[in-house]
Design a binder for this molecule. Sequence first.
Ligand code: HXC
Length: 258
Amino acid sequence: PAFEHIVVEVRPGHVGLVRLNRPKVLNALNAATLAEIVTAVRAFDADSNVGAIVITGSERAFAAGADIAEMSGKSAADLLADVRLAQWEALRKTSKPLIAAVAGFALGGGHELVMVCDIVIAAENAVFGQPEINLGIIPGAGGTQRLARALGKSLAMEIVLNDRRLSADEALRAGLVSRVVPTERVLDEALSVARQIAARAPVAVRLAKQSVLKAFDTTLEVGLELERHNFYLLFSTEDQKEGMRAFLEKRPPNWKGR
Ligand code: HXC
């Protein structure tokens, strides 16, 4: 499909790349842009030639939030009726790893898009925050829940109640991102991590992601049960036999994805 607000391509090493492309408004997420992101991510999730997905913006902005111009005149009923906003949930259901390469502003809905990703690589110039409170609203796409789970109560409260912004290094210390790299390197670094993961046993990657995500979603007991279930399940794959045989034969494995 042709996209208006994003650029989509498959990069070497089975990596799907989604680049937000509304530079004049710092990649503000209007409903059409969100719908395009969801369409592209879903297509990559279903594409057997893609093993991991990278989402990025520009050097100046990953995304500065929901599109305030579009949002300003809406009523509660308008928002409820807009199916494109509900599609946001579809991103959470992506089974392949989602990797965010974040430079510049990641604010509001842009920050929520970052937090729906599984791995976040930050540029030195990245700024993370939830400035919704300045507009008389609160985060609406998971910000309050994911921040509290990822960073703990006190920092989450400062960010959501008082527009505290985190630098890349603060985000690293808080556990929001897993690495900080020079700004011009951020996309390459994310693509490289994505390529590495895309080269791994696909079924194991998928169940690994599902298992880790469960930790944010349930009790320890239920999470441990799912982990064990997924662990047993992998012993029904050819890739488990191949991986262990390859280790014992001292050669690299040849993954089949089944
Ligand atoms: C619409 C936006 C925008 C946004 C920036 N722009 N952010 N337009 N929606 N969220 C536009 C500006 O109006 C401006 O357009 C152009 O982008 C450049 O922005 P500047 O403000 O001139 O740049 P700068 O001074 O560098 O400041 C950058 C900034 C600031 C700190 C990121 O733009 C800012 O505070 N933006 C709003 C951030 C925000 O409140 N986000 C949360 C939105 S609510 P012109 O035409 O003047 O050049 C939200 C709810 C999520 O996200 C709910 C779930 C869907």
